[in-house]
Design a protein around this ligand. Structure first.
Ligand code: MD3
Ligand code: FE
Length: 201
C-alpha cells in the first residue's frame, strides 16, 4: 500500500521475560500515575485507559489535546521511562535524540480506538515506536487521508512496530481486542506503549 512506506512490524521482538518485565514496570508506574479514561474535547470518555512515563505524556480534556510535563490529575511529574524502552528507541528510532514521551494505553475487554492521526508532536520527522503487550489487537492502518483504503494487522504480545516516513502521518486505530488471547496482563487485556519525541530536538 503506497502510503505505508516507513511502516515496519517486528513480530516477537520482545521475549516473554522482557514482556513480563515491562508489565511490571507499567504496574509500578500506574501506582504513581493511575490509569484514567481521559475525556476528549468533544466531551466523551475514551474506552482506552491511559497513563504516561517519561518527561511528557499526552493528555486530553475540554481544553484540547497536548503533551504535558505534569500529570494534571496528580500535580506531579510522570514516572520515569524504563531504560529498556529508552534503549529500544535508541536502537530502532533515533540513535541521538531520545524519546521524551511514552503513552501507556490499557485496553480492557471491549476497548477500542477510533481512526486518527498522531499530530500533536512538534516534528513528524521523528518516528513513533509501539510495543504491544498482552491480548492481540486488531489494528487498522490506512493512508494520509481519512478516506484512503485501510488494511488490518494483528498486533500480538511482544510485537514492536515502527512508524516512520510516510506512515508516521497515516490514519490508524484499534478495531478490537481478542479478549483472552494472552494471560500476560493481570486482570486481562492489552497494554500498548508508544514512544515518541514530542518536543523539538
Ligand atoms: C501509525 N495507539 O496511542 S499503536 C496511539 O495500539 C495509538 O494503542 C494504538 O494509535 C494502540 O496513538 C496503535 C501503533 C501505532 C502507533 C502510532 C502510529 C501506529 C501508528 C502513528 C502513526 C501511524
Ligand atoms: Fe495513534
Amino acid at each position: 500500500m503506497k502510503d505505508l512506506s516507513g511502516f515496519t512490524l517486528l513480530p516477537g521482538r520482545l521475549d516473554a521475560a522482557a514482556q513480563a518485565a515491562l508489565v511490571e514496570a507499567v504496574r509500578a508506574a500506574a501506582a504513581e500515575a493511575p490509569f484514567h479514561h481521559q475525556v476528549t474535547p468533544g466531551g466523551k470518555a475514551m474506552s482506552v485507559a491511559m497513563t504516561g512515563m517519561g518527561p511528557l505524556s499526552w493528555v486530553t480534556d475540554a481544553g484540547g489535546y497536548r503533551y504535558a510535563a505534569i500529570n494534571p490529575r496528580t500535580g506531579r511529574p510522570w514516572p520515569p521511562m524504563p531504560q529498556v524502552l529508552r534503549d529500544l528507541w535508541t536502537d530502532l528510532a533515533d540513535p541521538v535524540v531520545p524519546a521524551d514521551a511514552c503513552l501507556v494505553n490499557l485496553y480492557r475487554e471491549g476497548a477500542k480506538m477510533g481512526l486518527h492521526r498522531d499530530q500533536d508532536e512538534a516534528d513528524f520527522g521523528f518516528p513513533v515506536l509501539s510495543v504491544s503487550l498482552g491480548d492481540t489487537a486488531i489494528f487498522r492502518i490506512g493512508g494520509l487521508e481519512r478516506t484512503a483504503p485501510t488494511r488490518s494487522i494483528r498486533l500480538a504480545s511482544g510485537d514492536v512496530c515502527l512508524l516512520a516516513g510516510a506512515s508516521r502521518l497515516a490514519f490508524h486505530g484499534v478495531d478490537r481486542i481478542l479478549s483472552g488471547s494472552s494471560r500476560l496482563v493481570p486482570g486481562g487485556g492489552r497494554i500498548n506503549l508508544t514512544l515518541r519525541r514530542a518536543r523539538p530536538a
